[in-house]
Write a new protein. Sequence first.
Lengths: 181, 181
Amino acid sequence: MPHIKLPEGYYGISSLFQYSPETALPMRLLAERILRKESLLSNFERETIAAFVSSLNECEYCTNSHTAIAKAANEAEQEIVDAVIKDYKSAPINDLMKALLTIAKKVQQDAKKVLQKDIELALSNGATDEMIHDTVLIAAAFCMYNKYVDGLATVPIQDVSLYNEEAQIIKERGYDKKETF
Amino acid sequence: MPHIKLPEGYYGISSLFQYSPETALPMRLLAERILRKESLLSNFERETIAAFVSSLNECEYCTNSHTAIAKAANEAEQEIVDAVIKDYKSAPINDLMKALLTIAKKVQQDAKKVLQKDIELALSNGATDEMIHDTVLIAAAFCMYNKYVDGLATVPIQDVSLYNEEAQIIKERGYDKKETF
């Protein structure tokens, strides 16, 4: 049961966005910009980072939600998302993505743990400053979304197939439309 | 030295907002709404929560920055901010604020640690759902700002008096004006 009285019929962050539309607006806009605006990292890669960080924070709603959104973004490589969450170091992804996920994991744990050698490993595998920036910001932002969702004990979606429906809506409309979720 | 090449002459999150104006916009707007919009918690109380969470994350720039902003918001009670950061349980604040800081601290550590008994303690000391919501969101959002600032190893302001100048500008203009910082 949520820690505060939230509108019924909504789950996870959607119930918080309904409760507090004024703070929802910048949070939706930020999600749109870090996950879907033009970037050197694909939408699929960025949603995979979001799902990965959410899994490290053990946020059920956000992990399921962004796993489904990542899979919807790249239906041919759906198994990659689960493999990353299970053990990203042995997942079938390139060394660049592994280096970025290492940075994301350190940001989730303690951002001061991101060392120059982690950055150098990413750069030597083809990362740009922008990719490193985007990875750190996605990891930091998902710590916020995850903590917001779990700190208020929101209810995750029970019927897992609904995450796929939600993912299709976000794929079509984006995060920043009020009517999306 | 920052992990990526950032504009010179800027510090902490300002250097990141200069680097990435497109993501800065929703992050500024969120800060304005969680710290300065009308709320049952005063601007001083909310800035104190922000400074407290930043200190738990050991984010030098954000701790100094929001300590100065909190002090600028309530010049008569400046010593409260330092006392909260040093040991909030013995600080000269009421039991409601202590209960909210306990919730904020748990959100910072692991949001799942916020238990029904923590909420009940806050409610029994006069908290409303809105106060609890705002406290959790401020704590979660400052984990984002802190991790963004430290994950990219931005440079804190060296001359501590400049935090006070910055605080006066934010007090007058708010966070959401592009020219603020």
